[in-house]
Each structure stands twice: as structure tokens, then as C-alpha cells.
Design a protein around this ligand. Structure first.
Ligand code: SF4
Length: 150
């Protein structure tokens, strides 16, 4: 990662990173999520984007029917941004940039565990697994600093 590394992230991937423990739609997706988690832990800046981001854009280009073209996916983004906005009390919109640091991650994880993002995640097939991971204290998740106690 360079000092000015910027990770382009769509709204609902802010949530997916919280519960990510190396599972995903395909090996390519998993590789993108793992690389992204590592860049963020190293201090990369997040830029919120609309549509495909650094995680799913390579798949959108190579797969015939990528899931990110399903209609529920942009709606998941919209709901995720709206819910994070409500939680933080500051509007998050496309083009916004920030560091996804330990403090923000802890805050979002606590809210996720308490069900704050259900409206976004209800549109996703992974919801029950993500709920379990959150309820279990985010054990073995990959978006964490070394030695971080969640
Ligand atoms: S339920 Fe789906 S959208 Fe929500 S955090 Fe899990 S993988 Fe992401």
C-alpha cells in the first residue's frame, strides 16, 4: 500500500467487511475482499462509490452474470449508506472519503450486532451467516488490526 492508497467501496461493502472471514461468492471475490481488508488495516482511505467498486468491479468485467447487476444490490447500497448515516449522524454520500479506522469499525460492529443494519442485509443471501458471525463476537474475521480484541 502507498501512503495515498484509496479503496473505492460501494455502500453495502462497508458492512460486508465487518463480518468477512474469508467466505464469498467465488475465489476471485474472496481474493478481492481479503486484499481490501488488508489495505484498510494498513490505513488506506475509503472513497464511497456508486456501483461496482475495487472488490466487485474485476468480477463484473469477467463474469457473464455478475450478482452486482441484480436490482437488489444498488438498493442494498442505498440502505447501507442511509443506515450508517443515521448511526454516525453525518451524511455519507458517493465521493466521500474517510479512514475506516479501529474506532469506526468497533462502532459499526457493535451496531451491526445489535441489528442496526438489518434493513440492508435482509436483501442478501448471506444474512444468517453474518448475523451468526456478529453474535459470536466477530471471531476470525479478517478486517482487524493485529492483536485487536473485538
Ligand atoms: S448480510 Fe450480506 S450485505 Fe449484509 S454484511 Fe453480510 S454479506 Fe454484506
Amino acid at each position: 500500500m502507498t501512503a495515498d492508497d484509496t479503496v473505492r467501496l460501494r455502500g453495502h461493502h462497508l458492512l460486508c467487511l465487518l463480518t468477512y472471514k474469508g467466505l464469498g461468492y467465488s475465489p476471485e471475490f474472496v481474493a478481492g475482499m481479503t486484499a481490501t481488508a488488508g489495505r484498510l488495516v494498513a490505513g488506506a482511505t475509503v472513497e464511497i462509490v456508486e456501483g461496482p467498486d475495487d472488490i466487485c468491479e474485476p468480477l463484473c468485467r469477467s463474469e457473464q452474470n455478475p450478482h452486482c447487476h441484480e436490482t437488489t444490490v444498488p438498493e442494498r447500497d442505498r440502505r447501507a449508506l442511509s443506515l450508517v448515516t443515521s448511526l454516525l449522524g453525518r451524511r455519507l454520500a458517493h465521493g466521500d472519503r474517510f479512514v475506516f479506522d479501529d474506532q469506526l469499525r468497533t462502532r459499526l460492529r457493535a451496531a451491526y450486532r445489535d441489528g442496526a443494519f438489518e434493513q440492508a442485509c435482509t436483501l442478501c443471501e448471506w444474512q444468517s451467516l453474518c448475523r451468526e458471525i456478529a453474535a459470536g463476537g466477530y471471531q476470525d474475521t479478517l478486517f482487524r488490526s493485529s492483536g485487536e480484541d473485538i
